[in-house]
Design a protein around this ligand. Sequence first.
Ligand code: HSC
Ligand code: NAD
Length: 727
Amino acid sequence: MAAFRHISDAVAVITLSNPPVNALSSALLQAVHKALGEANEDSAVKAIVLCGDHGKFSAGADIREFGQPSKKRGPGLLLLCDLLEGSKKPVVAAIEGVALGGGLELALGCHYRIAHVQARVGFPEVNLGILPAASGTQRLPRLIGISPALSMITTGKFVPATEALKLGIVDEVVNENTVDKAIQLAKKVIDQPLGSRQLSTLPVQCPPNAEALLDEALVKVKKQFRGALSPQACIEALRAAVRLPYSEGIKKEKELFDFLYNTDQPRAQQYAFFAERKVAKWTLPSGVSWKTASPQPIRTAAVIGLGTMGRGIVTSLAKAQIPVIALEQDEKQLDIGRKAVMSLLHREILKMEQLGQSAAASQLGSVQFSLDYGELRDVDIVIEAVFENMALKKEIFRRLSAVCKPEAFLCTNTSGLNIDEIASVTDKPQMVIGTHFFLPAHTMKLLEVVHGRHTSSTSIYTAMHLAKTLGKIGVLVGNCPLFAGNRLIWQYMQQAIFLIEEGNKLEEIDQALEDFGIGMGPFRMMDLVGLDVLWKIETELGLMGPTLSIETLACQRGSKRYSPLLDILCKKKWFGRKSGQGWYKYEKSEGRNAMSDPWLHNFLSEYRGIHKLKTRFVSQDEVIDRCLYALINEGFKVLEDGIASGPEDIDVIYNNGYGWPKHKGGPMYYASLVGLPVVLSKLEKYYETNPDIPGLKPSGFLKKLVAKGNPPLQEWQSYLGSQSSKL
Ligand code: HSC
Ligand code: NAD
């Protein structure tokens, strides 16, 4: 690793080099510091270019060094930014690939910035539970103004070079060799005054309503990222930029960084970052890995069923410029589906236009609507998203097997039906695979890729690669009822329903879990997913009991507790948001505003009376404990059954598909943070009082880990034999 330097016509070129992304490790910072000192002292050097090796400027501070004792660190990043800015010789940053976090801070320390047209810049620190802490929160608003800086720093979004040019972050965007262009610019500006290029000396560009903007942003992030501290700290750092001189602003930035650093949140978010990278490197017990398998190109696709999920899947494919054939069962449904897809695509076009992208519509893959299976004969992939019904899915896969070309991948979006059974009706079970999207399918980041017994490694690799193409995170899981994510969520939903039977209001349960940080409480989530969908899943999996009238409703099946409430609502055709009524009432069908339903509250009192269920006060803590520990307990069972490769996989699934708060790392990380002995003792306590709820019975694997002395999460898998893997 070196920041080597060469001189080209009076211009010293200092190159950041730390593969693969030039993360700014202590050693690299030290090397840059040295090279900069030499360049400044060398009288032959009149200007300096700072660039990165391997086609990237820098992905920022080396996250792997976070948490290491600071005395190990050499010259800090902040000092280096100041030295760059204070250089008497002009410094030009040549940005290729990415300039993120500390990388962008270095570039802002430079006097000029040139970016390659495909480069991206940004401050993603907020996603790691911290803030740009080497002057980013103070220099950026001085360059581009408070409002765009606020948006960039609180969202962590990557800004493409062309947008960065419009915002004024870079001075020039080029399509050729960026370093050569930077050298040309450096020569041009030799001996020119640098005062106006030293960002720390400039005033912050501030509209008169800056404080109000910051207040508004604070309210928004508190609501959107409940409990997450870094977005709030980012805003306070920007407030310091508005109110204080640069040097005081820097002190505040450091103070906020130190505050965040002493909480659990950065560690949780950094864990989540590396968990995503680990999951991307899936391996099968057979030795097949992302390194040895190869994906097939997906040039055309088809989606069958344009309901809640299918329409989002079509949109997602079109966004990735993949032409799609969208198929329905009859004219009426096709018409409904067409309107829904067109409306989603229209929204995408508007979003792209707002980002200044020209000819937005032409950047989407074409969508052709059809009722004819014959049209699917040449597509590379088919994704089935019809009702959750095994007989129907089999009928469709039989037809696909007959119609599609032999190399076509046949995917099902089933929420939890047996992939092997679906594959069994085809003559190419190796091409059948689960691609489990999450609602809304065009925006949710997760794709659970479900591996059947006969699924080929090429099919797996292609599905995992498709996830990337769609801008999603693919997580490979094994085949079992409900797969990984839904197995956990089912236990959580069950607890929530039992708790309302015991006396809680569903509004209180949603509130408690949303206060914990989960994006949407269980009842609001069920209403969004569609109670009919849940009902069909439960019916197919034999989890639903017979429901007759309120007097004959059983809240017990054999020795197990059972709630008929979902069945009751579905029999009334109360399917949630889509029908305007579910656990909550909505102002209209597809409405978003969940309102309490007095009928349900009255019904529940009557129901408790008939079944002699004692209404009791359930504390918010018990609500959270029972719902979350039941979910986590199932996570240990999923690991024990070999359905997921490790706790990181479950956490990535929850962070990206189920609205788990990222600042809490994921449910398995949360369990490790709370401590496995605590998780076990709580489960034991709740199971003792509810012996008819098997979901509360502590998993054997959890008990084993506690007996082994509560090992760190990264070691859990070593306590399972590889023979348990279903992957
Ligand atoms: C920061 O910069 C804080 C500053 O404000 C300074 C604070 C100073 C504090 C002073 C206190 C007073 N570090 O994702 P990929 C690895 S915070 C270490 O698969 P892609 C990654 O783990 C940082 N390693 O590739 C993987 O390694 P593996 C802000 C990093 O092409 C490999 O690189 N920056 C790393 O899909 C390839 O990564 C960010 O948050 C890093 N910074 O995406 C950027 N970045 O092969 C985070 C990556 O061993 N990075 N690695 O598994 C990214 O978003 C993506 O990695 C890229 C590349 C878009 C860069
Ligand atoms: P939905 O009821 O909203 O839509 C199903 C669609 O399939 C309907 O438009 C229907 O007309 C169509 N269809 C039925 N039979 C068909 C046939 N023979 N040919 C073509 N189209 C046909 O259901 P959904 O919520 O979109 O769920 C679809 C699948 O996705 C299910 O397997 C479900 O379990 C799964 N899933 C749902 C969610 C969710 O949150 N709703 C999430 C993940 C997975």
